[in-house]
Design a binder for this molecule. Structure first.
Ligand code: S3P
Ligand code: PEP
Length: 445
């Protein structure tokens, strides 16, 4: 799962982007589909699973812990689970590749099973903080031996029965919330997570869908999520909606390239994920929701986006949790707006696959865009709709979202923008370049 050599990519657009595209399955829901199916007794079926490297790392890990997981010829995946409490000790280290979600959620699962697992990852993942999950999982009884700074590689020994906890999230993180809830599945009693700031709620929805007893109640401290342990999960038929975080690139691309008219089909619109759409609309983007429907228990629509002049905004910090992975794409939109866009309150961007504040500042400045860095965000001076200078090779720091965001920026640049290493795109969006070409972009070089 490591990328041995860099794959440069130069995408240009000679004219407007037009057409209809679909986006791959939601990454968060895909990970959880595999994990929960692997803990159900019987056969689950998942349609529309994201077949990106991150999700395949989760599949490999669940197989290594006893689940039977196969892809059918029709593209649907079947999973025979081992039952809650039934995970087996993996024979080898679990290679999490580039995926923070796989690592943190699987650490939760292992924590309440009587097994030991070693987690390893690529250079990017090995820099990311795991202390945020180590701390609550240790208070449930897990024993963790981590590399300095609470990083990978690390070894985690689960405790069975584990101790139920009530834990208030110190950082707005769906991964930390989910790790604790997943640990709670095989823990006697009630495991509670209090979430002062709401984050994506796919774990709550899906745990309930698989038959766990789970309640969510408001309180003065925030959302209180209570999960009854020693749950029995029932196998499910899941249809994964399209990933709004992948749709983000086309929403921005069509907004900034003059004359564009693009429809992105089947986009998941769970309200905990739609912050970018809200921010782009505040900037004046023309995004229409068509054929609103429900897919796999999640709201979904087709999004028609047409080029529109964008205006700078102060990005409301309360949107941060619902657009956390979309800031790099938003910074690109800001680079073409009229005026100076300021985004603050997004400190978490510092600990993603790269430091996304520093990486996007460097990338945009290399393309002639003036930026100002804050500890918790970025200000971007827009071009007022004119093409940016471009003409740079972008360092992607093993970060798929930096690669795709800057490939989009290059679609409206005076000189071509080269993505120094586009290989990380395969972690979340293997078909990205093909879709860009179908909309009228060209690969050069
Ligand atoms: O729970 C999830 O599926 C995710 C949660 C977010 O991470 P944090 O929990 O670290 O904010 C997000 O950035 C990541 O891409 C997916
Ligand atoms: C942060 C991301 O993923 P992960 O934390 O799973 O590596 C992302 O996909 O932008």
């Amino acid at each position: 799962m490591s990328h041995a050599s860099s794959q440069p990519l130069t995408l240009v657009a000679a004219g407007p982007l037009t057409g209809r595209v679909t986006v791959p399955g939601d990454k968060s829901i895909s990970h959880r589909s595999l994990m929960l199916s692997a803990l159900a007794v019987g056969e689950s079926r998942v349609e529309g699973l994201l077949e990106g490297e991150d999700v395949l790392a989760t599949a490999a890990a669940m197989r290594a812990m006893g689940a039977d997981i196969a892809r059918g010829e029709d593209g649907a995946w079947t999973i025979h689970g081992v039952g809650v409490g039934g995970l087996l000790q993996p024979a080898n280290a679990l290679d999490m590749g580039n995926s923070g979600t796989s690592t943190r959620l699987l650490m939760g699962l292992v924590a309440s099973h009587p097994i030991t697992a070693t987690f390893v990852g690529d250079a990017s993942l090995s820099k990311r903080p795991m202390g945020r999950v180590i701390e609550p999982l240790m208070s449930m009884g897990a024993d963790v031996n981590a590399s300095p700074g609470g990083r990978l590689p690390l070894m985690l020994r689960g405790l069975c029965p584990a101790v139920p906890i009530t834990y208030t999230l110190p950082v707005a993180s769906a991964q930390v919330k989910s790790a604790i809830l997943l640990a709670g599945l095989n823990t006697p009693g009630i495991t509670r997570v209090i979430e002062p700031i709401a984050t994506r709620d796919h774990s709550e929805r899906m745990l309930a869908g698989f038959g766990a007893t789970l309640t969510v109640e408001p309180s003065p401290e925030g959302r209180v999520i209570s999960l009854h342990g020693e749950a029995e999960l029932r196998p499910q038929q899941i249809v994964v909606p399209g990933d709004p975080s992948s749709a983000a690139f086309w929403l921005v691309a069509a907004s900034i390239v003059p004359g564009s008219d693009v429809t992105v089909e089947n986009v998941g619109l769970n309200p905990t994920r739609t912050g970018l759409i809200a921010a782009l609309r505040l900037m004046g983007a023309d995004i229409e929701e068509l054929d609103a429907r429900t897919v796999g228990g999640e709201p979904v629509a087709d999004l028609r986006v047409r080029h529109a002049p964008l205006s700078a905004i102060e990005v409301p910090p309360e949107l941060a949790p619902s657009m956390i992975d979309e800031y790099p794409a938003l910074f690109v939109a800001a680079a073409f707006a009229q005026g100076r866009t300021v985004a603050r309150g997004a400190h978490e961007l510092r600990v993603k696959e790269s430091d996304r504040i520093a990486a996007m500042k460097a990338a945009l400045e290399a393309c002639g865009v003036v930026c100002e860095e804050y500890e918790d965000g970025l200000a971007v001076q827009g071009s007022g709709g004119e093409p940016i200078a471009g003409g740079a090779t972008i360092e992607t720091h093993l970060d798929h979202r930096i690669a795709m965001s800057m490939a989009v920026a290059g679609l409206h640049a005076r000189k071509a923008v080269t993505i120094g290493d586009a290989s990380p795109i395969a972690t979340s969006y293997p078909g990205f370049v093909g879709v860009a070409i179908s909309l009228g972009a060209e690969v050069v070089g």
